[in-house]
Design a protein around this ligand. Structure first.
Ligand SMILES: *Cc1c(COP(=O)(O)O)cnc(C)c1O
Length: 416
């Protein structure tokens, strides 16, 4: 058996219709290595990493600074428990993360492993916070249609993507799901622990942009109704929208923020749930108020060392100040793609996050278009008929052009 055949024999892939994957005609793409925005398969083919390895990669693959930081930490220790002991990379990372926000706002970092666990942690923090304050009736979450916050049971009870979550809808935590910010007025605020939102743009919904001003409206509603605001910046964090965090676009600071995907530059699984001094302080009185939550790999020193290196690169390579020009360039080539191609019916973009929606003729052709794009050197994924292009921030303008022209060829090949 070659690697592809062994994969088809032994592995169950995430979010993957496995009958199709395991079919005799299917040949799994086996990735061997990466360099900058490029990924190489075992046959030596090169692809631009057009979805930043499922929205994680920031500075490109095999970046010497992150690689070196990981190797140096490995030579010391790979992991030790964060229950009862601590370690230097985790301490310095927490300090650095808190330093990215105005003083006296987000003041504590709780580490876990993935976006989903960062959200689970946020939800439990919010519920327990109100229990401690003697307001245990505040145990519901407000979320939005088409939301995506991860796949563990708590996080998925917040989710509003029908296809993913409908079958579990009756089994999760109590949520109130809204379609728009206006509907907040109908909510019985006394039972709300928190509003949970992907700021600026919903990713897994198919790159759907929120109306301008929505974020600050929600912040005001939460303030007027003593509810917490939980922002899920798992996808939008670390420069993806053009600013370090999406909430900066509207000058909003949440009470709890979930970070993951880009935290380590896309190198290792690590997540952080940041919260305010006020929430943290509530847990200080009495053993019974201890936050009994954690994971075996909480505060993993290798992951934290990678994250510190990634934040160092933001400074050294002026990652954020290089973005406006790239975002502008992406807008231009996407507009051109739409102008020249009737099959492209909508373009949605927020920073270097973009969705290219294709004409839906009662058929889902997004995945087919992405498959075809591989032949032209672009690796990405579609959500239904929306092709996602969300490259590592390190991408150059000519590589953006190459990506979109690969997509144009792929659309031509599949849709004529
Ligand atoms: C990916 C994602 C998650 C879940 O993160 P995992 O690391 O996959 O568990 C949560 N929220 C948003 C907005 C995401 O894009």
């Amino acid at each position: 058996m070659n690697l592809g055949e062994k994969d088809k024999s032994f592995i169950w892939h995430p979010f993957t219709p496995m009958a199709e994957w395991c079919a005799d005609t299917s040949e799994p793409l086996v990735i061997e290595r990466g360099n900058g925005v490029y990924i190489y398969d075992t046959l030596g083919n090169r692809y631009i990493d057009g979805n930043a390895s499922i929205w994680t990669n920031v500075h490109g693959h095999c970046h010497p600074t992150i690689n070196e930081a990981i190797i140096q930490q490995l030579a010391k220790i790979a992991h030790c428990s964060f229950l009862g002991t601590t370690n230097e990379p985790a301490i310095l990372l927490a300090e650095k993360l808190i330093g990215l926000f105005p003083s006296n706002s987000l003041q504590r970092a709780f580490f876990s492993d993935d976006g989903s666990t960062a959200i689970e942690c946020a939800m439990k923090m919010a519920i327990q916070y109100f229990q401690i304050k003697g307001e245990s009736e505040r145990c519901r979450f407000v979320t939005f249609d088409n939301a995506y916050h991860g796949d563990t049971l708590g996080a998925s009870s917040l989710g509003g993507v029908e296809r993913f979550f409908a079958r579990f809808a009756d089994l999760g935590l109590p949520v109130i799901r809204l379609n728009s910010v206006e509907e907040l007025n109908k909510v019985d605020c006394k039972e709300i622990a928190a509003v949970v939102l992907e700021p600026m743009v919903q990713g897994a919904a198919g790159i759907r942009l929120w109306p301008k001003g929505m974020l600050s409206q929600i912040r005001n509603w939460c303030d007027s109704n003593q509810a917490l605001l939980i922002l899920d910046e798992v996808m939008t964090g670390f420069g993806r929208t053009g600013k370090m965090f999406a909430c900066e676009h509207e000058g909003v600071i949440p009470d709890i923020m979930a970070l993951a995907k880009g935290l380590t530059g896309g190198y290792l699984p690590l997540a952080a749930t940041l919260t305010t001094g006020e929430i943290f302080d509530a847990f200080l009185e009495g053993q019974e108020n201890t936050f009994y939550y954690g994971h075996s790999y909480s505060g993993n020193p290798v992951g934290c060392a990678a994250a510190l290196a990634s934040l160092k690169i933001f400074e050294k390579e002026s990652t954020l100040s290089e973005l406006p020009d790239k975002i502008n360039h992406l807008s231009k080539v996407l507009e051109k793609l739409k102008r020249e191609n009737q099959k492209v019916i909508d373009i949605r973009q927020c920073g270097l996050i973009s969705g290219i929606e294709l004409l839906d003729e009662d058929e889902i052709i997004g995945p087919q278009v992405c498959n075809a794009a591989r032949d032209y050197g672009l690796l990405t994924r579609a959500i239904g008929n929306t092709v996602v292009f969300m490259p590592p921030l390190v991408i150059k303008n000519d590589q953006i052009s190459d990506s979109i022209s690969a997509l144009q060829k792929a659309i031509g090949k599949v849709l004529g």
